[in-house]
Design a protein around this ligand. Structure first.
Ligand SMILES: Nc1ncnc2c1ncn2[C@@H]1O[C@H](COP(=O)(O)OP(=O)(O)OP(=O)(O)O)[C@@H](O)[C@H]1O
Ligand SMILES: [Mg+2]
Length: 342
């Protein structure tokens, strides 16, 4: 875990400048100092207030929702989506566990969780049958958010799992034996459809597919959907694609809106009304060991991930999402949502 020494200093300025939106700057001036006395704790509080939801939580599901964030295409926003949705849900009152199932350990890094080779990790859970509770760490400064980190050991797990008993359902068993109450488990998958992703799909009920609004966005999706069908047919009858999220949406380009239209035509209701804009703040946050929700709470990236989380939370309790209720004018397919474009 990150040490206190790392929390001090300019690296963790809760509201780094220059800010892209006047809303964020206003918030930082107007919001009275909250009780939290760490910079990130303050930033977390600011995030909630910037979103206009201070003290008002999102609805919590009746039982734990296990959401698998998967797409075998690399770099489409799986990790970014996992950590920012998880932080949004936790900042609004839910208890959330992120399981980092990618040997790259990007989700662990983004959440400020130490994941050098000696740290107890999800590898130990999958391969050594270690209880999940022994590897889960609280995420610094975001109450209710936890992470099971991935270390580089996990790179060998695809092969080591092959010869183990119940190789596809080891994560499912570990989750079932985990006794802490949780509202959500979000699993960040690697960019492949190997045994790690299959373990996630056996453990989950829902698949969330982030789709980057680029030319080749839909290529390979057929294979992903076939894998979901296979797992549903043979290993996990509850599994379904519940959510498609458009990421890195650049409203200035016709291509982005064409891809978005195509995805909506193909998937219909599974596609969230909120799409995530391409945002410098989103891409900067991980290098500070933070989510964009704490790094720059008033940014368009933070607001859009919060809206996406709200949609997901409302769907989970059967309430339909009303886009006109979106906060601070988060609108769909709006070019002004792209930072730098006014
Ligand atoms: N909305 C966004 N705006 C700008 N940059 C983004 C956005 N979403 C993600 N990125 C950046 O794009 C890159 C890829 O994102 P990310 O790591 O989340 O993808 P991934 O699907 O998890 O990748 P991998 O397949 O390697 O695991 C990262 O550098 C990330 O910071
Ligand atoms: Mg990733």
């Amino acid at each position: 875990m990150r040490s206190d020494a790392n929390i001090a200093g300019p690296m963790t300025d809760p509201v780094p400048g220059p800010r892209t939106e006047s809303t964020g700057a206003d918030v930082s001036r107007e919001t009275p100092p909250p009780m939290d006395d760490t910079p990130i704790g303050r930033a977390a509080q600011l995030a909630v207030e910037a979103l206009g939801r201070a003290g008002e939580g999102l609805p919590r599901p009746e039982r734990t929702r296990v959401i698998v964030v998967a797409n075998q295409k690399g770099g489409v926003g799986k990790t970014t989506t996992t950590v920012n949705l998880a932080a949004s849900l936790a900042l609004h009152g839910s208890r959330v566990l992120v399981i980092d199932l990618d040997p790259q350990g990007n989700a662990s890094t983004a959440l400020g969780i130490d994941h050098h080779a000696e740290v107890p990790s999800i590898y130990d859970v999958l391969v050594e049958s270690r209880p999940l509770a022994e590897v889960v760490q609280p995420v610094p400064d975001v109450e209710g958010l936890f992470c099971a980190p991935a270390t580089i050991d996990l790179a060998g797990a695809e092969i080591e799992l092959v010869s183990l008993v119940a190789r596809e359902s080891r994560l499912q068993r570990a989750i079932q034996a985990y006794e802490q109450p949780l509202d959500y488990i979000l699993i960040d998958c690697p960019p492949s459809l190997g045994l790690l992703t299959v373990n996630a799909m056996v453990a989950g009920q829902e698949v969330l597919i982030p789709i980057q609004c680029e030319y080749y966005a839909l290529e390979g999706l057929g294979q992903l959907l076939r894998n979901v069908d296979l797992v549903r047919g043979h290993l996990n009858p509850t599994l379904h694609v519940s959510t498609i999220l458009l990421t890195m949406y650049d409203g200035r380009t016709r291509l982005a809106s064409q891809v978005a239209d195509e995805v909506r035509a193909h998937f219909g209701d599974e596609v969230l009304r909120t799409s995530i804009p391409r945002s410098v703040r989103i891409s900067e946050a991980p290098s500070y060991g933070q989510t964009v929700l704490t790094y720059d709470p008033g940014s368009s990236g933070a607001l859009s991930y919060f809206e996406a989380a709200r949609e997901i939370a409302l769907r989970g309790v059967g309430v339909s999402y009303d886009a006109s209720q979106a906060h601070l004018g988060v609108r769909q397919n709006d070019p002004s949502m792209v930072e730098g474009v006014k």
